[in-house]
Write a protein that binds this ligand. Structure first.
Ligand code: TYM
Length: 332
């Protein structure tokens, strides 16, 4: 039998999971579970490039795992683990820093954004972050890395680093492809449609564990466009607010923009916004309920992340041993 291809991705537990994380990343992971051998992790080591409150980080890491499962990632079919439990990430991360160029790291948009936001703490980890991300990926020799649009640049750097390493030492790493979904790859803030949805703009952000009434309130207050047309039409340049709501609705219902335009023809924004809110509420309701149930069962969560780390370490170690040998490190 042919071996399945490998898919891998991760999310930082630096904030509560939101609709952007779900539509840009997790939903694709779930939709394609059966086709691949899957590895998904909580990228806790990445979060400390910005100061974290330790108790919050611990809570969010476990909540993230519960949400992964509640969104449909069956731990029997997906290796779910916590990044810091697999020490090979830190080890390969160091190696790959030595194969990532200062100029490359300086050009990363996420570094530029975060160093502008946290001027008091522009640390080495924030700068070298993409080398650790490359290690996260390359350890598992994946074919596909499903991420939202904003992580494309880091995935491309990962490919460059893998190719550079391979050109010196032979075929050590598989060179992976990023996979960006057609709908939902860049969910924008509901109250600032020129910024991406993120935890740092909470009023425009829908969190997966949020109460239905809060979700509806945010949708009703969503910024629509100041044109006089008052008609549901997809045009991101002229109508960024409405187009964002259409993208969310499309990603959740699977309907095309033409179908959505037809569905809301003559309705105006007043009817459209609560309809999108309702679709999101109904999509998230079972997820929230299931995550709450799973979170209460700490022993189950522990069994999942321990089994996940064991399997991940086994795979990661094979790659790391190969790398160390190529580099000339004496075998342990
Ligand atoms: P992070 O934690 O910021 O985001 C996790 C995933 O969610 C996607 N995403 C979005 N997609 C659509 N619209 C949005 N508004 C939105 N906001 C976030 C991101 O594109 C991402 O797929 N460096 C990574 C985490 C990471 C990783 C990895 C990812 C660490 N190691 C290895 C893949 C492979 C990050 O900060 O994503």
């Amino acid at each position: 039998m042919d071996e399945k291809k490998v898919m891998l991705s991760g999310i930082q537990p630096s904030g509560d999971l939101h609709l952007g994380n779900y539509l840009g990343a997790i939903k694709t992971w779930v939709d394609r579970t059966e086709e691949f051998d899957n590895y998904y992790f909580m990228a806790d080591m990445h979060t400390i490039t910005v100061r974290q409150n330790p108790a919050d980080l611990r809570r969010r890491t476990l909540e993230q795992l519960a949400l992964y499962i509640a969104c449909g990632l069956d731990p029997e079919k997906n290796t779910l683990f916590i990044q810091s439990h697999v020490h090979q990430h830190a080890e390969l991360g160091w190696v790959l820093q030595c194969y990532t160029m200062f100029g490359e790291l300086s050009r990363m948009t996420q570094f530029k954004d975060k160093s502008a936001k946290h001027k008091e703490n522009i640390n080495g980890g924030l700068f070298a972050y993409p080398s650790l991300m490359a290690a996260d990926i390359l350890l598992y020799q994946p074919d596909l890395v499903p991420v939202g649009e904003d992580q494309k640049q880091h995935c491309e750097l990962t490919r460059d680093v893998a190719q550079r390493f391979n050109s010196i030492y032979g075929d050590v790493f598989k060179v992976p492809e990023p996979y960006i979904p057609k709908a939902g790859a860049r969910v924008m803030s509901l109250n600032a449609p020129d910024s991406k949805m993120s935890k740092s703009l909470p009023e425009g952000c829908i969190f997966l564990m949020e109460k239905p009434e809060d979700i509806q309130r945010k949708f009703k207050r969503a910024i629509t466009d100041s044109d006089t047309e008052n008609c549901v039409r997809f045009d991101p340049a002229a109508k960024p607010g409405v187009s964002n709501l259409m993208s969310i609705y499309s990603a959740i219902t699977g309907r095309t923009f033409e179908q959505i335009e037809a569905e809301f023809a003559g309705c105006g924004y007043g009817a459209f916004k609560p309809a999108v809110g309702e679709a999101v509420v109904e999509c998230l309701r079972p997820i929230r309920e299931e995550a709450t149930r799973i979170l209460a069962d700490k022993a189950y969560l522990e069994s999942v992340y321990k089994a996940g780390a064991e399997k991940a370490s086994y795979v990661a170690n094979k790659t790391l041993r190969k790398v160390y040998k190529k580099l000339g490190f004496v075998a342990r």
